[in-house]
Write a protein that binds this ligand. Structure first.
Ligand code: ADP
Ligand code: MG
Length: 404
């Protein structure tokens, strides 16, 4: 069946042009002259894709996009925005409104057709139920009481590393519900987020609902993003977080939590259920002190020493405290050290490609791949996989070398 495409465009000349390009690619076109008209068509009829201009009278493309996302009937339709300006601000605005892709005008007809066919091929992520309920995935929380030490950076690279290492989908859950940026770090649109779950009862959430809410990254990471709006994040309660994490545990082998920098109820729900907690710190006094405070809280909560691991991240370049000094203060061993690498990380964020994916053989790539291996499930670590991935082969080679 030919795909049905709704084009929302106010300018008559552009209308003609879009129609010609899209129809000659074999799609069926419905034209709307502005956002309001587009919304009413989208409500009445079924479309496979929406292409919308941004600057229009009555209702602009961003608001149209937002309204389409708010209505359950149209929430899942891929949206391509045509922006007149190729600037970062309009890209971020479109991303926040829930658009899937952008093309700046004037465009090459072939480029438009290519983008359209890619968007039409994208499907929601199916979450496969496990056969036996006892089989549980491993949940890894990444945490620090102080912000800006690289928690999200590490969580994103770890989830990606795990997916690459075991050739299976992993999940990244952004639990920084009022400020999370995990989706942005993977360049994923904020189309489905925790906000979709905000107005549901915890009991109503099941695998089916979650599979609609996760966004998938080409690396194999499925992301549960933080809401676009702070208010929506505030509606998520601990019981709901618990429910979501329990379902994910039944469906995936690895779940990585990007935790916020506090001990709120929802954070504790994540920490409680985690099998292992990576505590991140920077080599400076305030960070070391807040790590000591966090570890003090962990004790009465009975998070065992074996299941917490310290990661030292050089978020600045020079004059940090030494590993030996930090270990002495905390009476704990630092298991992983991440060097200062601002250029690599800035590039990674701007392009949505974590170093572990983009440059697996670089220093950072190796560190994250190793880390992914060390936090992997014991039965995975023991055996050679039937079909080893490239990441697994690299890792095995490194381990052999180190043993020599
Ligand atoms: N090893 C590093 N070297 C240089 N910059 C880093 C490093 N790790 C993280 N950063 C940068 O520090 C900033 C904060 O990282 P982020 O992961 O958002 O921290 P958090 O989640 O703890 O607030 C980001 O801009 C990130 O790119
Ligand atoms: Mg963060």
């Amino acid at each position: 069946m030919e795909a049905r495409i709704l084009i929302i465009e106010d300018d008559l000349v552009s209308q003609k042009l879009h129609r010609k390009v899209i129809e000659s690619a074999g799609y069926k076109v419905t034209m709307a002259a502005d956002g309001l008209e587009g919304l009413s068509y989208a409500k009445e009829q079924d479309f496979d894709l929406v292409i919308s201009d941004v600057m229009m009278p009555n209702m602009d493309g961003y608001e149209t996009c937002q309204r389409l996302r708010e209505n359950p009937k149209t929430a899942q339709i891929p949206i391509l925005l045509l922006t007149a300006l190729d600037n970062l601000k309009s890209k971020i605005k479109g991303f926040e409104a829930g658009a899937d892709d952008y093309l700046s005008k004037p465009y090459e007809p072939d480029e438009l057709v290519a983008r359209v066919s890619v968007l039409l091929r994208r499907k929601p992520v199916p979450v496969e139920p496990r056969q036996t309920l006892e089989k549980k995935g491993k949940m890894i929380g990444v945490f620090s009481l102080r912000d800006g030490v690289g928690v999200s950076t590490i969580a994103v690279n770890l989830a990606t590393g795990l997916a690459q290492l075991w050739g299976q989908e992993s999940v990244l859950v952004d639990l920084a519900l009022t400020a999370g940026q995990a989706a942005l770090m993977l360049n994923l649109p904020l189309r489905n987020t925790w906000a979709d779950l905000a107005h549901m009862e915890a009991e109503e959430i099941d695998q089916e609902v979650l599979s609609q809410t996760l966004r998938s990254h080409p690396s194999g990471v499925h992301v549960l993003s933080a809401p676009r709006r702070v208010e929506d994040g505030e509606l998520i309660q601990a019981a709901k977080v618990n429910r979501v994490l329990e379902i994910l545990q039944q469906s995936y082998d690895y779940i990585v939590l990007d935790l916020p920098h506090n001990f709120s109820e929802t954070t504790l729900a994540g920490l409680d259920i985690a099998d292992e907690i990576l505590v991140v710190l920077a080599p400076e006094l305030a960070s070391v002190r807040s790590t000591a405070m966090a570890l003090e809280v962990f004790e009465p909560l009975e998070y065992s020493l074996d299941s917490t691991r310290l990661i030292l991240n050089w978020v600045f370049e020079r004059q940090g405290l030494s590993v030996v000094d930090i270990e002495a203060v905390l009476s704990r061993e630092i298991k992983t050290v991440i060097p200062f690498a601002s250029e690599q990380f800035v590039r990674a964020i701007n392009y949505g490609t974590p170093p572990v994916l983009d440059e697996p053989e670089s220093t950072l790539g190796v560190i994250f791949e190793d880390l992914a291996f060390w936090v992997s499930q014991d039965d995975h670590k023991k055996l050679r996989p039937e079909e080893p991935t490239e990441a697994w082969k690299r890792l095995a080679k490194r381990m052999r070398k180190r043993r020599q």
